[in-house]
Design a protein around this ligand. Structure first.
Ligand code: ZN
Length: 597
């Protein structure tokens, strides 16, 4: 405080002495943030402090920041024309009341991302009303860039901003009710519908999603951006934020609506039995699994639990395991009869699932849990395995009897010894998402969505090497027959081809729009990439690294598998019919299986 008082005095003296020369500070901004919240929200706050400090110098306002929410009191706020919440909101009643008084008496507020979060446990009705009635409903995951459209060209925030722009990687919140339903709300920017489907796990599938808005009863703007360290990498979006701060600081004070929708998906939403040549695809919306043989004809359905997302198979026992996130259990299907023979409770929100064929054990991770459930494939008995992080992806290397677990929020890979379930961690990369194992070489490949590269982990020595990729590498596939590694770059619309023997980049191949799933046919050395936004599958000839065909798939393809022997490609999609079967010889869609839910 003393430093600020001294600075203020100096400015005052300068102002009196040379009023025509000194830059007068136009308004004062106080930003609140917390450091004990989600690490990605803290990262955003830290980048925001640098951004605002630079803008303050340029635009002649004073920018102060604090992690002490007790400063949210009448006396302290009196000195500021604009209050910013970067990553949190107050829970204390006195602080909440002080903020309410501040806003009701002409104060201004700029809130980002998590600062607007509210749910049934928030118990602050005034704040929900202040936000325009918006209540957090669901979110996309992991953080991805998205195109935003300016709704209100006349608003000062839109000054100098094009009609639409690409907003950097962010976790997008969906609100229910939507603030657009409130007659006092002016929506300033909206997620462009061309972004749908948006997400690699929690995927937003459609509807109206306001991102920036103001409740005209107050001098306020809420912006949903604010997750991770990429937010300030767009000069256009930076200008939107700068415009908002200036408009609020200086105190100037109807389209067709469809409700927002979304669902959770897994890249492992489809699995093959390579002996029976049958494909099993989850239907998350209807709680069943579609089974189809290699002819693609007469698909049948197996009823499982609620919201099935991921599926895995033990090819030795011909048992198929389905993680039902909505009902907290795993359905065990006998592949000989396609009947559910057991349902095993595993706890809330099972997500990733993998079978270790060496031990006949099934490993299931759960969202928001640092423990996994392990099912004994012989007895179907479940036990708990503490792993210390929430696993977003799992893989097994039967050659070494080791399992690999990665988490978006951890920079390490956890290695599980299949013999005794003991764990070790190895530093790997930033915001890990995809994982693939080359059993022939015991190398494990991990995509770093946060740093545009992949980590090559030597499964025998745990030594690591980094290889550059395109932006937001998400999915991976390995052609074990020749050691080629294919990384799918979500944001670059490309595939990076890597020679597994030398870790050198062989080619970068352009594919369709927003690719997010990949599968390899090791027999034909062909690679199939599912492009979620243009509803196609790109076919890459591995020998020449060239695109030989682009085949139409269902709407929003997100999971893909290839049966080399039958030459069929199976694609699971968000919309109905969900399952597309592509003939690998003719490169034609031989069937689309599924029915309207
Ligand atoms: Zn967030």
């Amino acid at each position: 405080m003393k430093i600020y008082v001294l600075m203020f005095v100096c400015l005052l003296v300068l102002g009196i002495a040379t009023p025509s020369v000194a830059q007068r500070q136009r308004f004062k901004v106080l930003a609140f943030y917390s450091t004990n919240v989600e690490p990605d929200h803290v990262q955003f706050a830290e980048t925001a402090l640098k951004f605002f400090a630079a803008r303050a110098a340029n635009d002649n306002f004073t920018f102060d920041s604090t992690t002490n929410w007790e400063h949210l009191n009448d006396a302290y706020l009196r000195g500021y024309q604009l209050v910013v919440w970067l990553d949190d909101s107050p829970t204390n009643a006195e602080q909440r009341q002080a903020f309410q008084r501040y806003m009701e008496n002409g104060g201004a507020w700029l809130g980002f991302h998590a600062s607007g979060y509210n749910d049934k446990d928030t118990h602050w009705p005034w704040f929900v009303d202040f936000l325009g009635g918006a209540v957090f409903h669901i979110n996309s995951w992991p953080p991805l860039p998205a195109k935003l459209v300016i709704d209100d060209r006349a608003h000062p925030v839109a000054r100098g901003i094009p009609d639409s722009y690409e907003s950097p990687a962010n976790e997008w919140y969906v609100w229910k009710p939507s603030p657009r339903l409130n007659k006092d709300v002016r929506v300033l920017a909206t997620l462009d519908p061309s972004n749908y489907p948006l997400g690699l796990k929690d995927v937003l599938t459609g509807g109206d999603l306001p991102v920036v808005w103001t409740n005209t009863k107050y001098k306020m703007i809420y912006m949903n951006v604010g997750h991770g360290d990429k937010i300030f990498t767009s000069p256009i979006q930076n200008k939107v934020i700068e415009n908002a701060a200036n408009w609020l600081g200086l105190g100037s004070a109807g389209a067709a609506f469809s409700p927002p929708s979304g669902m959770e998906i897994s890249p492992h939403g489809i699995v093959l039995n390579l002996k029976t040549h049958r494909a099993y695809a989850v239907n998350t919306a209807t709680g069943d699994v579609t089974v189809v043989d290699s002819s693609g004809h007469s698909p049948s359905k197996i009823k499982v639990g609620a919201d099935p997302e991921a599926i895995a198979i033990n090819p030795i026992t011909n048992r198929i395991y389905v993680a039902n996130s909505g009902s907290g259990n795993v359905s065990v299907i006998d592949g000989a009869t396609d009947q559910v023979v057991a349902t095993v409770n595993v706890g809330d929100l099972p997500y990733a699932i993998v079978v270790n064929p060496v031990t006949n054990k099934v490993y299931i991770s759960k969202t928001f849990s640092n423990s996994m459930t392990v099912i004994d494939g012989t007895t179907n008995a479940a036990s708990t395995l503490k792993v210390g992080v929430q696993a977003d992806a799992l893989a097994v290397n039967p050659a070494t009897n080791r399992l690999y677990l990665i988490s978006y929020e951890s920079n390490s890979v956890t290695v599980i010894d299949g013999a005794d379930d003991s764990t070790t961690t190895v530093a790997a990369g930033t915001h890990l998402w995809g994982i693939a194992v080359d059993s022939a070489t015991s190398k494990i490949y991990l995509t770093n969505t946060g740093s545009s590269n992949l980590t090559v982990l030597d499964g025998r020595t745990n030594a690591t090497t980094l290889v550059d990729t395109g932006d937001i590498p998400c999915a991976l596939a390995v052609d074990s027959s020749n050691g080629r590694v294919y990384a799918v770059n979500y944001a670059s619309n490309s595939v990076t081809v890597i020679d597994g023997a030398t870790n050198s980049i062989i080619a970068t191949i352009s594919v369709g729009v927003r690719p997010q799933a990949i599968a390899v046919d090791p027999g034909a050395h062909r690679v199939f990439v599912a492009n979620t936004h243009d509803n196609t599958v790109t076919v890459i000839e591995g020998a020449s690294n060239s695109v030989t065909a682009t085949v139409k798939a269902g709407d929003g393809p997100y999971a893909i598998a290839v049966d080399s022997a039958s030459n069929k490609i199976f694609v699971n999609s968000l919309a109905w019919p969900s399952l597309t079967v592509i003939d690998g010889r003719m490169l034609t869609v031989s069937t689309a299986a599924g029915s309207t839910p």
